[in-house]
Design a protein around this ligand. Sequence first.
Ligand code: VG1
Ligand code: CO
Length: 644
Amino acid sequence: MKFHLSATIGLALLCSPSYSARAWTTPATFAVRGGASSSVPSSTSLGATAIEVDTKPIEGMRPGTSGLRKKVEVWQAVDEANKNYVENFIQSLVDTAMDNNEGKPLDTLIVAGDGRYFNNEAIQIIVKVLAGNGVKNIWIPQGGIMSTPAVSAAIRTLEGGKAQGGIVLTASHNPGGPGEDFGIKYNEGYGQPAGEEFTEALYAKSLELKTFKTVEDASDIDLNADVGTTFEITDGSTVTIIDPFDSYMESLKGCFDFDGLKKFCQRDGVSILYDGMHGAGGPFAKKVLVDEIGLPESSLLRSDPRIDFGKCHPDPNLTYAADLVKKMGLKADGSSEESVDFDSIPMLGAANDGDGDRNLIAGAQCFVTPSDSLAMICDNWEAIPHFAKAGGPKGVARSMPSSAALDVVAEARDIPCFSTPTGWKFFGNLMSSKEMFDGTDYTPFLCGEESFGTGSDHIREKDGLWAVLAWMSILMKANENVPEGEPLVSVKDIVKNHWAKYGRHFYCRYDYEAVESDSANEVMDLIRDSFVNGDVSSAESGDIELVGAEEFGYTDPVDGSTTSKQGLILSFKYPSGDTARVIFRLSGTGSAGATIRMYLEKFEKDQSKHDEAAPVALKSLADRALSLVKMTELTGRESPTVIT
Ligand code: VG1
Ligand code: CO
């Protein structure tokens, strides 16, 4: 039997007037289990029939660093060549998951998204494919929106951790809306992002796919139905509307002292500004910061999810969170705007990305780089009950391109420290070493990436709000003995003291976006051929000397799996004897062309030099590296798209 599901839906989407006008249901209308909702959850039987539909394989479905990201029009199958794009991808995913489930149909899956353009339409298509494949329970959050960390929490704990996985509709920090990105991430049974073995198997299946399963004669699910409402799609497959917040709130409450934070936030001089960037994190921030901790609503900026993120780029960094950065008394290079009165600035500023898993942290006139933030959370573990209860983290980790600020603290505090390839999936195994592999227990675990990702083992994803609560906890502890009326210890004080104690790792990243793929590969090949496989002394001479080159590969200490080509590392030496490193890597999250990332890091022990802005302190190193790799010559780019 054949039918043209996505062609019809694709067209309907493009024409639907309600589409662009879709409004977000305000969090207040969320029915909390046993709470606000007045009507009783109902059960509806849709009586649909499972069918199998012929399809053709579509190229290019290899997931990257975290999920598969493409222009939304690709997912919408606007071009005939992409017909059944969503169905094909989900069928390949389900087939892979079933292989890992001894060939049996899956029992329970969560489907949720970050609310971007095409979110709800994709949920309806996916539900049908899952029902066609006999997935018994399909859980969808009320409103269809959940942050990535909340999905991870729900997989782990909802109904005793019954879900075998979660399909998250998001392209994360990439912009959304017509002409922009849409994506799908998959998280497995412990809540962790699918590993490379899974995604490679999925990709191989997508290239051989001949049919997909779905259902016919099923009406759409009402995503705004009351929590607990069920829709029996076929005899064997039922959708249940779940509460988006429950499991996640529980996991955060296990990490932090909510009562203490509530009291702390009532102190004079304590104020917090949170920027949701119109992503999925907003409603969760409202729940945590306003409803639970009692901060005023005015603490939240852009916290209503929008299909196009209010036309912003939902990437919480110095460039794209410009308003917040300004309100925190900072300039775009992270240095402070001295003309603003320090006391008029909020104590803590934070932003989350589209799917709520990234975080930017700033204090008044003080930007905290993600690598520094991670090191400082580690050094202040006593402030965080999740760690304090256990006498500190039993393991910490950072992605390789993140700075070594964490390593220095871990060494001083005698905590095992790992350096992994980019992407949260590599932390998952370490955190679940005992749970999944019966190996060493590294929990409680702390980890992070230079790309504004921080988290712990309370879930298996980076967690934007967790980082905000971690910093609030650090501030609370730092001020516990400060009498009322005395000046409070600020983020800036904490950061400066940390640098004074451990030295400062100056750090920043240059991104060259949408570079032609061939040129990007030429840059990487040049580094590989001339320096890694060649000879560093062949480099044209310069003030800052190139002293080493290597390509990062990783053997997972937990399951022994290996990953190669995870970044090219160039080591440098300044005439003063100071050392520095520059890493080149191609991004695995873009949707067009290639993005070259250049990561710069230089250690400075001398406290008198700590006040310089990072991009300034690293400028000569950047220039030296760019000339060595012939960036402008090979790519035509005179300057990066963004510096973070
Ligand atoms: C980027 C970041 C990486 C992060 C990944 C997913 O990957 O560098 O650290 O884990 O995005 O984050 P890449 O391959 O483009 O460098 V998210 O919030 O976009 O899921
Ligand atoms: Co994200």
